[in-house]
Design a protein around this ligand. Structure first.
Ligand SMILES: [Zn+2]
Length: 485
């Protein structure tokens, strides 16, 4: 079965076909860097990693882009509180984010654009919306998107699009209920949203020049500008948490389609900004919405400090389907530890049995890989995928116990598990015992995925990067092994 994914636009599970196979552009809304990420944030990032690896598993060559929101109200508030400058302040949390991502064995996105490095792209996009009459400057110097004009104008391709296509609610009702008073805004219409925020004294020295005066971009325009700058005007997949569907993603669609793309070269034809929208569901922790006052608020580092490791957290986050609300608990993490111990034990025994296999690396046996792919390609049906893996563990244990498995068969089963683990990434570290730095481990996992996708140039580049970090990677029948160079 070829890969099928749920599309929020159509609310159906449909075949995923990129515009120009085998290339796939994947954009994920990334972190706002003012604090350490919590486990709810990381559910979405692990989901993005699963999507990326599932695409590679299906032979597609993915370019994964994740933005970093490094200018935003909460960041500016923290700058005022701490007296720090923007760049050093956000750099601390970007580093922490990347290290958390690596400890959860997520492949590092190919591009991690920072909003403050793309202000010119955002200004360009806003300028086009101004030229088209679907944005206006308010008396305070801020620039707003004019939703009514976007809906009504048929003059530009992409305009007259339905606003609110991702959600089954009346967007105006939702916006209106969230406001204090319409009078507090300089907007023509309550539903309009800010593209450019005029500088105010509280912003300190955080501002940029623009045709509309000093200020900073709104959050929604960041994602439109950066996704199109790196992936082109029409993206294959845009992914984020379900809480971002409205208004954030709806506003991204309006801006991007309203402007006719970042380059404005859609040749008079309407191309959708995004062809396939994926949204991950919420996370509860210990049965409740996460909150610091309830004591159920965990950053990734809180969990590591409790003695859990990154792959246990990853395993638990990957145990539920991405469209289901998931209850994350510490008891669940203990369960993850037990399940992984079973897996590790089985892999250890297979390795022992395969050790005397002297021939070339065998082709993986097909049972496991095919059954896993069936499950994965059914809209990332992880419950079924894990059942396939643990049935396989049971079968291997039986075969090993009965003495019916020869070294070549053990090596072939390990190769099959290696193929599956290019998606799951829960196997014990390739360098058993030695402590491999996160950045080396992340590259080793990414190299497995690249080889699987037959992107050998990327695999070679990763081998070189691993070498530059002081490690060598050796492909063995039991999977890649890392050694200090
Ligand atoms: Zn976004």
């Amino acid at each position: 079965m070829s890969l099928r994914l749920h599309n929020t636009l159509t609310r159906t599970v449909e075949p995923f076909v990129p515009a120009t196979p085998p290339r796939v552009g994947l954009y994920c809304c990334g972190p706002t860097v003012y604090d350490f990420g919590h486990v709810g944030n990381f559910r979405t990032f692990v989901f993005a990693d699963l999507v990326r690896r599932a695409l590679a598993f299906n032979g597609l060559v993915v370019t994964h882009v994740m933005n970093v929101t490094d200018v935003e109200d909460k960041i500016l508030r923290r700058l005022r509180e701490t007296g720090q400058a923007l760049r050093p302040f956000t750099a601390t949390y970007i580093d922490a984010f990347l290290s958390d991502l690596a400890s959860l064995r997520c492949l590092r996105p190919h591009h991690l654009p920072r909003a403050t490095d793309h202000i010119a792209d955002m200004v360009r996009l806003i300028s086009r919306l101004m030229e088209r009459g679907i944005a206006y400057k308010a008396p305070d110097g801020s620039v707003y998107f004019n939703i009514e004009q976007y809906r009504r104008s048929e003059r530009w391709p992409g305009c007259a699009c339905r606003y609110g296509q991702l959600v089954h609610i009346d967007p105006e009702q939702q916006r209106a209920s969230g406001r204090v008073s319409a009078d507090e805004y300089d907007k023509d219409h309550v539903a309009d949203f800010a593209l450019w925020k005029a500088r105010v004294p509280e912003d300190g020295d955080v501002f940029w020049e623009s045709p509309w005066g000093q200020g900073r971009p709104g959050w929604h325009i960041e994602c439109s500008a950066m996704s199109m700058a790196l992936l082109g005007d029409s993206l294959d997949i845009h992914l984020g948490g379900e809480d971002l569907a409205f208004p954030h993603h709806e506003d991204e669609i309006a801006q991007s389609e309203g402007a006719g793309g970042l380059r404005g070269d859609l040749h008079g034809k309407h191309l959708p900004f995004v062809r396939h929208w994926l949204h991950g569901a919420h996370l509860l922790v210990e049965g409740r919405k996460m909150s610091k006052s309830l004591g159920n608020y965990f950053t990734v580092r809180d969990l590591l400090a409790k003695g859990f490791d990154g792959r246990e957290v990853r395993f638990l986050l990957l145990s539920a389907h991405y469209r289901e609300t998931f209850n994350f608990t510490l008891a669940g993490l203990e369960g993850a530890r037990t399940a992984l111990a079973r897996l590790d034990e089985c892999l250890g025994k297979l390795r022992e049995r395969a050790a005397s296999h002297g021939g070339p690396a065998p082709a993986p046996v097909h049972g496991l890989v095919e059954a896993f792919q069936e499950a994965l390609n059914d809209d990332l049906n992880v419950s079924r995928a894990w059942a396939v893996v643990f049935d396989w563990v049971r079968d291997q244990n039986r075969a090993l116990a009965s003495g019916a498995m020869d070294p070549a068969a053990a090596a072939a089963e390990l190769a099959a598990f290696g193929a599956v683990d290019a998606v799951l990434a829960v196997a014990p570290d390739p360098a058993a015992g030695a402590s491999v730095p996160d950045e080396v481990m992340a590259r080793a996992h990414e190299r497995v995925a690249a080889k699987k996708a037959r992107d050998f140039a990327r695999a070679d580049a990763l081998r070189a990067e691993i070498k530059a970090l002081g490690w060598t990677v050796e492909d063995t029948p039991a999977g890649p092994k890392l050694k200090r160079a």
